[in-house]
Structures are given as structure tokens and as C-alpha cells.
Design a protein around this ligand. Structure first.
Ligand SMILES: Cc1ncc(COP(=O)(O)O)c(C=O)c1O
Length: 432
């Protein structure tokens, strides 16, 4: 098994020459020597990727071929460790791999139409959050308390964990990047997963979640390569919105004491059971969370993590002492005091999501179950990228999944407000 490897994860896609960037397979594979010399992006592109293409086109001896950063699975099993399997000559030649060109869709910030793209909560921040943020604006000549102390204290109390284990930062993506910087040498992912992870892991192996099982997996059956540094579990999972039964986790933690387990609970307010209370008892469990999703504060950028003490200390010591802007900290504190309202909104979002999924099914697409406010739909034999491009012309943004192993029909759909869902379904109906 050759794991996917991202030794110099920055900049490589940007430096591809025009001819290379026109290639359909946005992958570069580099040798260890190239990595060791810490080549520039253009060197990697020149020295590595030409051979890569040939290597990727060769038939594989077993398992899967590489394509757009993913292996095309031929395994009937629910778990497959080994992105980047290649035929033997390739294994010998290329010891490591850089997944490039898998550019995340980050856009849409100033888009005025209907956004079903980024798993954003269509409901605005709570009034209390907006009022609290406004009150802080005029005091923004002052820093916040170091490490966002009041928020840290509040979260610690709310979760029943020691304050020292909490790290707060401007969005959980930043925290995830810091964690992967430290622990992302050999990552194991449950894929399809949050698109950031394959981008920031230096190497990764994967367990495939299968559409025929509605992306469900018994974590008790998870097989993890021995040298794995970090296992990343997203619960509820993005992109499908399903949850995992986390009860096998303590046993997994005990079975792999040298592996760190990250549970990304970005969507926990919408479904699933949190494992945050286990962190103080398990030195290899990390939980990240965000106020971007259930709490409708994505634009305020508030994320936090509950971590084993040495890692929490490390992140807090090597971070801006004032990670949040005053309005963001105030909005977060105000929102967290209204968890009942947030839970009621989550319920409402679920109702809209279910109704939207039913309408999509009525149009002939297949949908997968979700416990969040987004879900996966398969429009096969239609091409989701093509549908998305035509929807964009009508001011509607959706996310074609672009996972070649699932097929081109897959689209992740986030509920909008009901009136916008009506427009979305009407537009789709005209196209299908
Ligand atoms: C699974 C998951 N984790 C983390 C994040 C990052 O959220 P933020 O940086 O807004 O906290 C996202 C954003 O979509 C996500 O889907």
C-alpha cells in the first residue's frame, strides 16, 4: 500500500505550467528526494508530474488507480486502506504523492443569489448575537482578554471539561490546519470526507464509505494502518450528513494508543452524539467544533477544540493571544446562552431538509439519508457539474461533489429558506 502524501501541501497547483494545468488529472507525484530538497512548486511540476501521468494511466495490479486525488475503487469491501495504489514500477519510482488541483470551492461570499454551496446555515445569527456584536464595535480599540478567556470559561462550563483543555481560534478550519501541521504525517480518513482533509494531510490512507450503505460504517470494524498518526472522523459527516455510532470509540482509542483520533464535530448541533466529554480521560482524543453551522455564526469565525492538555497548551502558546475580534467573541457568548433556541432552529432546518430531499426524489434523483441540513443527491445519468453550471446562471449555487468514485451525478445540497428551496426545485425541474 502506498499512501497519498502531501509533503509540501502549499502552492503546487498554482505553479503548474499552462500545458500541465490543462491536464484533466490534477495530480502531481514526487519522489522522496524531491521532497527532501523542498523543491519549489514549479520544480515539482516540471520534474514530477510528466511521469506521474504515465504512471497513473498504467493498469493497476490490484486495488485502485489514482484519479484527481482519489483512487478509483474496485474493492467490494467497505474499507480500503490505500489511496494511491499503483502498479509496481510506479511504487518503486514514486514514493510519495502530492494531491494538487483539488481546489476547494471557497467562493460565494458576495454572491447575492441562493447559496446551497458551503453547508452554511440559511438562518441569520440570533438577534442577541447581532446586538452583542454591535455593542462591542465601539470598544474595538481594545483587545479582548487573552485566549478569549470569558468564552473559554463559558465553553468549559457548558461542556463540563477543564478550561485548560480548550483552544479557541478564528474558525475551526484554522485549528484543523494547526492539528494537521503537527499530526498530519500519516492520516487515515473515512471518505468521502471534509474536502479540506485530503488537501492538508501530508499522506493519507482511507476507508471508503459506500453509497450502497448510505455511507454508514460500524466504527468497531475500522481498520487503521499501524503507523497512522491521526485518524479523522467527521461526525456528522460532510458531505453526506449522516452520523456514526460513536460507542466503539473508547475501544479504538485503547487499541491504538499511539494514534491520535480527531473527531470533527462541526455539525454536532444538528445531529449525532458528541464525544467531547471523553477527552479528559483519553490522551489520544481530539474534538474540534465550530459556531459556523448550527449556531449561524460562520462570518464571525469562531471555532474551538477540546484537546489533550499538552496539545491544548501547545496550540494556545503558539497562537495569537487574541484570536477573536471583540464582536465575534461577544456574538459567540450571546449565542451559546441560547442553546434551546439553536436546537429548535436545528429541528426546523431538518424539516426543510427532509421536504427538499423528498422534492428532489420526486424529480427522479436518488438521495441519501442525512441528520443535518444538507444531503447528497445522485442525479445520474445527469452530470451534477453541468446542472450546477446551469443553476449558477439562474443565481443558484450548488456543489457538484466531483468525487469520481461516486460518479458525476453526485451533488451536495444544503437547504435554503423554504421560498428559495421552491425556486431551486422549480429551476431543477425545468432542467431535468
Ligand atoms: C466538517 C467541517 N469541519 C470544519 C469546517 C470549518 O468550519 P469553520 O472554519 O467555519 O469553523 C467545515 C466547514 O464547512 C466543515 O464542513
Amino acid at each position: 500500500m502506498i499512501p497519498a502524501e502531501n509533503p509540501t501541501p502549499v502552492a503546487i497547483p498554482r505553479a503548474l505550467s499552462p500545458s500541465q494545468s490543462a491536464r484533466p488529472t490534477p495530480i502531481a507525484v514526487v519522489t522522496h528526494e524531491i521532497n527532501a530538497r523542498r523543491m519549489t512548486a514549479s520544480q515539482v511540476a516540471t520534474d514530477g508530474s510528466a511521469d506521474t501521468e504515465a504512471c497513473l494511466r498504467r493498469p493497476v495490479s490490484s486495488g485502485s488507480t489514482m484519479s484527481a486525488g482519489h483512487s478509483r475503487s474496485r474493492f467490494p469491501l467497505p474499507w480500503i486502506a490505500g489511496v494511491g495504489r499503483a502498479s509496481r514500477p510506479c511504487r518503486a519510482t514514486f514514493a510519495s504523492m502530492v494531491v494538487t488541483g483539488a481546489k476547494l470551492e471557497k467562493g460565494g461570499g458576495s454572491f447575492e443569489g441562493i447559496k446551497l454551496l458551503l453547508c452554511e446555515n440559511p438562518l441569520p445569527p440570533l438577534d442577541e448575537a447581532v446586538a452583542a456584536a454591535q455593542r462591542e464595535l465601539a470598544r474595538s480599540n481594545y483587545y479582548t482578554e487573552p485566549h478569549s478567556e470569558p468564552l473559554r470559561q463559558f465553553i468549559a462550563k457548558q461542556l463540563g471539561v477543564p478550561e485548560r483543555l480548550i483552544h479557541i481560534n478564528a474558525g475551526s478550519e484554522l485549528i484543523l490546519r494547526q492539528i494537521f501541521d503537527r499530526l498530519g504525517d500519516r492520516v487515515h480518513l473515512l471518505t468521502p470526507s471534509y474536502a479540506l482533509f485530503p488537501e492538508i494531510a501530508r499522506r493519507y490512507t482511507e476507508t471508503r464509505l459506500l453509497p450502497e450503505r448510505d455511507f454508514a460504517l460500524d466504527l468497531g470494524e475500522l481498520e487503521i494502518p499501524d503507523d497512522t498518526t491521526l485518524v479523522a472522523i467527521v461526525n456528522p459527516n460532510n458531505p453526506n450528513g449522516g452520523t456514526f455510532d460513536m460507542s466503539p470509540l473508547p475501544e479504538l482509542l485503547a487499541r491504538h494508543p499511539r494514534t491520535q483520533f480527531l473527531v470533527d464535530e462541526a455539525f454536532i448541533g444538528l445531529g449525532g452524539h458528541s464525544v467531547v466529554s471523553l477527552v479528559p480521560r483519553h490522551p489520544n482524543l481530539l474534538v474540534t467544533r465550530t459556531l459556523s453551522k448550527a449556531h449561524s455564526l460562520a462570518g464571525f469565525r469562531v471555532g474551538y477544540a477540546v484537546l489533550p492538555e499538552p496539545l491544548a497548551d501547545d496550540l494556545n502558546e503558539h497562537n495569537d493571544a487574541y484570536p477573536l475580534a471583540r464582536p465575534s467573541q461577544a456574538a459567540a457568548l450571546a449565542t451559546l446562552q441560547h442553546e434551546g433556541e439553536i436546537a429548535a432552529r436545528a429541528k426546523q432546518l431538518r424539516v426543510w431538509t427532509e421536504a427538499l430531499a423528498a422534492q428532489i426524489r420526486a424529480l427522479g434523483a436518488r438521495t441519501h439519508p442525512s441528520e443535518t441540513y444538507f444531503f447528497l443527491a445522485d442525479f445520474a445519468p445527469r452530470d451534477a457539474a453541468d446542472l450546477a453550471a446551469r443553476l449558477r446562471e439562474r443565481q443558484i449555487l450548488v456543489k457538484p461533489l466531483g468525487d469520481r468514485r461516486l460518479g458525476p451525478g453526485y451533488m451536495r445540497i444544503t437547504t435554503a429558506l423554504p421560498q428559495d428551496n421552491v425556486r431551486f426545485v422549480a429551476a431543477l425541474k425545468e432542467m431535468l
